[in-house]
Ligand binder design. Structure first.
Ligand SMILES: *[C@@H]1O[C@H](CO)[C@@H](O)[C@H](O)[C@H]1NC(C)=O
Ligand SMILES: *[C@@H]1O[C@H](CO)[C@@H](O)[C@H](O)[C@H]1NC(C)=O
Ligand SMILES: [Zn+2]
Length: 689
């Protein structure tokens, strides 16, 4: 446990229990949920005291430089280990500086030893995460890479050749002496041998080095910038860069490894692997395949009744997923629904060992294109088309990852990725997405631990209709669930998963999901009169919310004060009101601006749908932990000022005011788990009249 719990933790848990029990008694028809909010030892819990206030874990005092404050904090409170500062940057909109450290032992980086520290604009450390290696336990090491080069050089000198070694340009730490030492025993696997061990791991064959001429066999070369293994026939240019590093093992130990980046010839595979320098065991491998085709209900199509499936080619967005969506799994399969952003599999047996969830095998064409194309017969039970379902689930989770990356839910703000490409934040937290999960029916849920731990999405089969339907085919449900991950990580910071747990805050946590689901089913032909249900495909043709999302007060009469009623004490009900308000905001903007189906446009402010998405995402970052409706509205209005200088202030005000959240709206007890008394207002600020 690295963080001191605050008082509000236990209070919170008790109140959540009250709220959800109360809700369970009142609703027989189950909306999506209940949501699992997991707390973890690595969670920071900087609960905000007022709108932009924060609780300080450490005050910088007279220090001005946030980087210095962060490193002082780390050295005084967390560790005496050496480290290097990998990244440090300041978010313009809130003044928070994010500082990322990588552990260094004996001059080598620990590939999975990271600390991140967040410093507010007043110089207070407000949250952090720590995965540094803590102590001895099972250290295993070997010769340094330099010694191997030395040996190689002696061999080559015999052959009349010579080269020099200048090291890999490692930044040595300037920190004071550390009591944490890495292993220095002289076990012996050369980098070349380790690379061959990795080759074996891929089931590829290469002649044994001893059987080859010394000038043509894989050998080690160093110059001042990098060390490479040459004569490696499977790699581009026959060359593989290698570095030494440490890796923390599952049992808390530390092992010396060679770190290879292997760009394969004749395929799109690009491996990043760490191989033990002691045993030659492959400790970790990441593999990327950049081209893939998916037969899915694509962006703009909500479900099988809303449109047809389509073969979508290379849908990934290069900024968000630079190496594609697919990668190798632990069984050395290259063709499954596993990747940097999402691990999608079937979990009908309701297991917790998600690594073993069956996954569809894509077909690898001669050109190296992965094809996921599976039959669906909707007249049959969902089990018969589970591969198509997992494919759709994989596609939509990745879409959400990539699109929201474009709108600022990225590595440093806590998104879900295994590898963060050195762009900040914590990795190792792709979403685990379970299709046809055996833990329930007629629902879905999402668990959001803090940044650095896997989110988990569980999608259920719906047995409302005679022939069961599969929520995995309804993107609106997938989007709703993924949105929990986005709103939870963006509200209160990536390391804090406790900011949207009940009351109006919890309600908006539901509402954003419905709103995003509605946005991603839109196309150009929808207009001010268009109406949208949630979950109606899965639920047999009837939406699961009380009213469709609509600008008509007849179709959807919900306003702010309606939440005083008992029927709205539960979070999903409050979520309807919030989603309806956001829908009104979108529709008001749509009256002024066109729609684009290019969600990746760089001209986001030119289109109603991209503008509203940006404002809503920015609002999440601006609002405090446990926001009320009023605070979240103000955050969106502030986001608009920041982005478009007030051009649409009054249009946004009019949308909220139409639904009772106008300028004079007030609330007493809005952030109690249940109840509250609201004064609604249909007024806009006087400058908008
Ligand atoms: C994937 O890995 C598993 C376990 O090693 C194996 O049984 C299965 O045949 C593999 N699939 C392919 C296509 O290689
Ligand atoms: C837009 O979506 C609707 C379903 O909501 C569909 O009927 C219509 O064909 C779509 N229009 C276009 C231009 O894609
Ligand atoms: Zn939900």
């Amino acid at each position: 446990m690295k963080f001191s719990k605050t008082q509000s933790y236990s209070l919170l848990a008790a109140m959540v229990a009250v709220a959800s029990t109360a809700a369970a008694h009142r609703h027989s028809a189950q909306p999506f949920g209940p949501e699992i909010v997991r707390r973890d030892a690595r969670a920071s819990s900087a609960i905000t005291a007022d709108f932009f206030g924060t609780q300080s874990l450490f005050a910088g005092g007279s220090l001005q430089d946030p980087k210095k404050i962060a490193t002082n904090f780390v050295e005084q409170r967390l560790t005496s280990s050496e480290y290097i500062v990998k990244n440090a940057y300041t978010s313009k909109h809130n003044g928070v500086t994010h500082v990322y450290l990588r552990q260094v032992i004996n001059g080598l980086e620990v590939v999975n030893g990271d600390i991140n520290v967040n410093v507010d604009r007043d110089g207070n450390v407000i949250s952090y995460g720590d995965s540094f290696y803590q102590g001895p336990k099972n250290q295993r090491g070997s010769l340094s890479i330099k010694e191997w080069i030395q040996q190689e050089s002696e061999n080559l000198v015999e052959q009349g050749r010579q080269f020099t070694f200048g090291g890999r340009g490692r930044r040595s730490s300037t920190r004071r002496q550390t009591p944490i030492k890495g292993p220095v025993s002289k076990a012996a696997i050369s980098p070349q041998k380790a690379l061959l061990s990795f080759t074996d791991f891929l089931h590829m064959r290469i002649p044994h080095p001893e059987d080859m001429d010394i000038t043509t066999r894989p050998s080690l070369h160093g110059d001042k910038d990098e060390v490479v293994v040459t004569n490696y026939p499977f790699a581009v240019d026959d060359k593989v860069p290698v570095a030494q590093a440490y890796i923390q093992t599952g049992d808390g130990g530390l092992e010396l490894v060679y770190d290879f980046q292997v760009k394969m010839k004749n395929s799109d595979n690009w491996f990043h692997t760490q191989v033990s320098a002691v045993t030659g065991d492959v400790m970790q491998v990441v593999d990327w395949v950049s081209d893939a085709t998916f037969n899915v209900y694509p962006m703009g199509v909500n479900d099988p009744l809303d449109g047809d499936r389509k073969m979508v080619v290379d849908p990934e967005h290069k900024d968000a997923s630079p190496l594609g969506w697919n990668r190798q799994d632990q069984n050395k399969n290259f063709t499954t629904t596993i990747g940097n952003n999402v691990y999608a599999g079937e979990n009908r047996r309701n297991g917790n060992d998600w690594q073993n969830n069956p996954k569809p095998e894509g077909r690898l064409t001669k050109k190296g294109q992965l094809v996921f194309d599976f039959e669906i017969d909707l007249e049959k039970d969902p089990i018969t088309y589970v591969d198509a379902a997992v494919t759709n689930l994989f596609y939509w989770n990745n879409q959400m990852h990539d699109v929201f990356h474009h709108y600022g839910f990225d590595e440093e703000t806590g998104n879900f990725q295994e590898n963060n490409f050195g762009r900040g934040g914590l990795g190792n937290d792709a979403v685990i997405a379970n299709a046809q999960d055996g833990s329930g029916f007629n629902n879905a849920n999402f668990a959001t631990p803090p940044d650095g731990q896997h989110g988990q999405m569980r999608m259920y089969v719906w047995d409302v209709t005679e022939i069961a339907r599969d929520g995995d085919l309804e993107s609106g449900i997938i989007i709703h669930e993924y949105a929990h991950g986005i709103s939870t990580r963006l509200t209160g910071g990536p390391a804090n998963s406790g900011c949207l747990v009940w009351g109006e805050a919890g309600g908006m946590g539901e509402g954003w999901g419905d709103f995003f689901a509605t946005m991603f089913r839109l196309n150009e032909s929808h207009d001010y009169k268009s109406e949208f249900d949630m979950g109606s495909y899965s639920n047999g043709g009837q939406g699961i919310r009380r009213f469709p999302y609509s600008t008509s007060m007849q179709t959807n009469p919900e306003t702010f004060k309606i939440m005083d009623g008992q029927a709205y004490w539960e979070v999903h009900a409050k979520g309807e009101v919030w989603a309806e308000m956001l829908f009104e905001v979108y529709q008001n903007l749509r009256l002024l601006l066109p729609f684009t189906d290019d969600w990746y446009t760089n001209d986001k402010t030119d289109y109603a749908n991209t503008l509203v998405l940006q404002l809503v995402v920015d609002g999440m970052k601006l609002q405090p932990c446990m926001p009320t409706f009023i605070q979240a509205r103000d955050a969106i209005l502030q986001a608009e000022w920041l982005l478009t200088s007030g051009k649409y202030q009054c249009d946004i005000w009019r949308a909220f005011a139409k639904r009772g959240l106008g300028s004079k709206a007030r609330v007493i007890g809005g952030n109690l788990p249940i109840g509250g008394f609201r004064i609604e207002s249909f007024e806009v600020p006087s400058n908008c009249n």
